[in-house]
Design a protein around this ligand. Structure first.
Ligand SMILES: Cc1cc2nc3c(=O)[nH]c(=O)nc-3n(C[C@H](O)[C@H](O)[C@H](O)COP(=O)(O)O)c2cc1C
Length: 198
């Protein structure tokens, strides 16, 4: 890949909140998750864990998504203009028809500091965002499920997994994914005051 293409890829990434209903093939999702796992990680622990939800289970999750909306709607009502607030509310109720949800967890253990464990998973999440574009998909990273973390753990059966001790796996975000069905404008980047050279 030429460097120009790489920078164009970065610039073309946008959060997608409206999807076609078509289900992406499983091998495509697997390639995207493999790209996620190319990320660097603290002490090379590769402590990411992904739970992929599609089909009926994905439909079942909508009621949880709606519940997570309750935790953030007041903040957004103050911040967003009414049309965008309504669009966002609808997104939480439908997940924009996204056929795939990837829940990203960190496996936290005393071997590695908390913040680097978490940072490693978010690095994988960005790789996933970019690989999705290369595969012709779009996605939206969502922190909203953290509003109902314990319920999501139970919904996914994370608390029942015998290979992990209680509390070892921590939900960090969900990435909803599918074929884009809109072309939102690029959110302008704010670069001023973000870099200090010493
Ligand atoms: C950690 C994280 C959490 C986010 N949580 C949500 C969310 O809960 N709901 C949502 O609609 N977008 C969410 N987003 C997407 C941001 O709103 C989006 O990245 C930002 O507005 C910039 O737009 P862009 O991604 O199109 O550049 C999240 C993004 C990140 C990185």
């Amino acid at each position: 890949m030429k460097s120009k293409e790489f920078y164009q890829l970065l610039e073309s990434r946008k959060s997608i909140r409206k999807y076609k209903k078509d289900q992406p093939p499983r091998e495509v999702i697997e390639r995207i998750l493999m790209a996620g796992m190319q990320a660097p990680s603290g002490k090379n622990r590769q402590n990411w864990r992904f739970f992929v939800v599609t089909g009926k289970k994905r439909d079942e999750y909508l009621k949880y998504s709606q519940k997570s909306w309750l935790g953030i709607k007041d903040v957004l009502q103050e911040k967003l203009k009414p049309s965008l607030y309504q669009f966002t509310e609808r997104f939480f109720f439908t997940l924009g028809d996204a056929p795939v949800i990837v829940f990203c967890y960190s496996n936290n253990t005393p071997e590695e500091r908390y913040h680097t464990s978490i940072g490693s998973v978010y690095m994988a999440a960005e790789n996933i965002n970019l690989a999705a574009i290369v595969e012709g998909l779009g996605c939206c990273t969502m922190g909203a499920p953290l509003e109902i973390k314990q319920e999501v753990d139970q919904f996914l059966g994370v608390t029942e997994l015998p290979e992990y001790q209680a509390g070892e796996l921590e939900l960090l975000c969900a990435i909803v994914m599918g074929y884009p069905d809109h072309e939102p404008p690029k959110a302008p980047r704010q670069t001023e005051g973000r870099i200090t050279w010493l």
